[in-house]
Design a protein around this ligand. Structure first.
Ligand code: ADP
Length: 259
């Protein structure tokens, strides 16, 4: 396969909301991330597309400060994650792949608990919660236990929680896992709208090619390396394919196992 590393379109040169520069992370002999570099600019929706084992979760763990890279640099809104983690993390909102709501607490209690962790005054937090739940059509569910909500609505509550401290960068780690097709589509549409309305940068990790076409850019991660960083249309055109899935298979040879 020739020329994939050159698939790299850049139109806007504004200061990145998120910068990942030559990041390496190994687990013993496995190089989960092998010199990963890309950026996400304010207001961009980026799909990070990779099969299982590509390194997406490892990258999200580094971005959320759970681990540090072996080498390389991560910056959030120009704050270095290693040197200046507090302001860097303050600009990040994260929705993890695994559900994280306390199912025995009400929706409001889940959100108020998180607001407290961020030091938000209760009145400010309550107003934010009321506004966001209303915006997402969940106002009448505020007093329900989280266990009463559908999977799609739990994800929406997790999204409200991730946005509580008004971050500039939102990380979504395979957020549609376990959702039915309609809820998957709704969540994706919601996020695409949000980046347009709020100018928030979104990094959306997925292994599902059908979640990619509306992204501003797609970054293909395979065996810990970035194979492409381009627009969905350009990805398809460069492969002479007619769908993202065909282009992706052409790039990876359909072989996702690590040597
Ligand atoms: P993805 O999220 O794209 O499925 P991961 O980041 O989970 O990819 O995994 C990348 C590679 O790192 C895989 O080969 C996986 O087996 C390996 N890996 C991930 N976490 C660990 C760990 N804690 N210990 C050892 N190997 C790991």
């Amino acid at each position: 396969m020739k020329g994939w590393s050159a698939v790299n379109e850049r139109a806007d040169r504004s200061c990145p909301a998120l910068l990942i520069d030559n990041v390496v992370k190994s687990y013993g002999r496995v190089r989960a991330l092998d010199g990963v570099s890309f950026d996400v600019r304010p207001g961009e929706f980026i799909a990070l597309l990779g099969p299982n084992g590509a390194g997406k979760s490892t990258l999200f763990q580094l971005l959320s400060g759970l681990f540090v890279p072996d080498s390389g640099r991560i910056e959030v809104m120009s704050h270095d994650m290693s040197l200046d983690p507090v302001p860097a993390l303050a600009q990040l909102g994260i929705v993890f792949q695994q559900p994280t709501l306390d199912l025995e607490l009400t929706v409001t209690a889940n959100l108020m608990f998180h607001a407290g962790l961020h030091g938000l005054p209760p009145a400010t937090a309550q107003k934010h919660i009321d506004d966001e739940l209303a915006r997402l059509g969940l106002k009448d569910r505020a007093a329900d236990k989280a266990s009463k909500l559908s999977g799609g609505n739990r994800r929406r509550v997790e999204l409200v929680r991730a946005l509580m401290h008004e971050p500039r960068v939102l990380l979504m780690d395979e957020p549609t896992v376990g959702l039915d097709p309609a809820s998957r589509g709704d969540l994706l549409k919601l996020l695409l709208g949000m980046r347009a309305q709020r100018g928030i940068a979104v990094l959306w990790a997925t292994h599902l090619c059908d979640e990619v076409p509306d992204a501003d850019r797609v970054i293909v991660l395979h065996r810990g390396k970035v194979l492409a960083d381009t627009t969905p249309a350009q990805l398809i055109a460069s492969a002479g394919a007619s769908t993202i899935e065909q282009a992706f298979l052409a790039m990876t040879g359909g072989n996702h196992e690590r040597d």
